[in-house]
Design a protein around this ligand. Structure first.
Ligand code: GLY
Length: 262
């Protein structure tokens, strides 16, 4: 099934402070030069599709600010500015809001002071918006987002992020209008009934976070068995290095907002 098309993406340069970014397990500081080279490859891959990529300068005050996806949900009807659940990331959303207002006529925001939601927990498919409760996304954040998107005609379904997993989309990606790449542990929850699901290969769970940008799939390098499954299923894949962002629990989806402004 042909999926919704994007014309734009927003990315943000990795700041020097990214070496201090949040991480669940410390496996060493990311190499900033390698991270920036991978980031440049990522932006080039998006541009190769013909997309307009708004490349924002580094925000040194926010070590995790390269992971722009968490700051907003971009839909055909408008954008919603999130309230990140990590205190050190709360200010990133306010930094993103003016850039969205420059492109969208309708920009709303999560306002409840007790409500938290990061868009890494949101998977938008052709028929619904799945939001995984997590350590960063609470019931109040999900409920407030549900009210906003209902106004635009979208159904939102609350689901759950597996324990110990940062975001819902750490474990899944939408590859086309009906196909989801997911870890077996997330699919086992039953949240993808009705979709065609391709599992990551055993031991390659960290490859579940990929992105589709129109007909191209950006996929993290270093996961050959899952890569070969996707190629065999007919996807056009571009492998992008992710070794340094992975040290901060970041992946392909985290590095951009993808949308068609309205
Ligand atoms: N380091 C990305 C995050 O924890 O949000």
């Amino acid at each position: 099934m042909r999926a919704y098309r994007f014309t734009h993406a927003i990315t943000c340069q990795p700041p020097q402070t990214a070496v201090n970014g949040l991480r669940a397990v410390d496996t060493g500081a990311p190499d900033l030069a390698v991270m920036r080279a991978h980031h440049a490859d990522y932006v080039a891959a998006l541009k190769s599709t013909g997309a307009t990529v708004v490349e924002l300068p580094a925000l040194e005050a926010f070590p995790d600010s390269l992971f722009v996806e968490d700051t907003a949900l971009c839909l055909p009807q408008g954008a919603v500015v999130m309230r990140p659940g990590a205190p050190s990331r709360l200010g990133e959303a306010a930094e993103m809001a003016p850039h969205l207002r420059a492109l969208y006529s309708d920009v709303r925001q999560i306002e409840g002071v007790e409500n938290f939601i990061e868009a890494g927990d949101i998977l938008t498919t052709e028929t619904e918006i799945l939001v995984g409760r997590s350590a960063r996304t609470n019931a109040g954040g999900v409920a407030e987002l549900a009210r906003i998107v209902a106004d635009w005609g979208h159904n939102l379904r609350e689901v759950f992020t597996p324990p110990g997993v940062l975001h819902f989309k750490t474990d899944c990606s939408l590859l086309d209008g009906e196909t989801i790449l997911a870890t077996e542990r997330l699919d086992a929850s039953g949240c993808f009934k009705g979709y065609r699901v391709i599992h990551t290969a055993p031991g390659e769970e960290a490859s579940a976070n990929a992105i589709r940008f129109n007909d191209l799939v950006l996929f993290p390098a270093g996961f050959p068995r899952t890569r070969d499954k996707l190629i065999a299923a007919g996807f056009d894949l571009r492998e992008i290095g992710n070794s340094e962002c992975a040290k901060l629990d970041g992946g392909m989806s985290c590095l951009s907002l993808r949308f068609t402004p309205s």
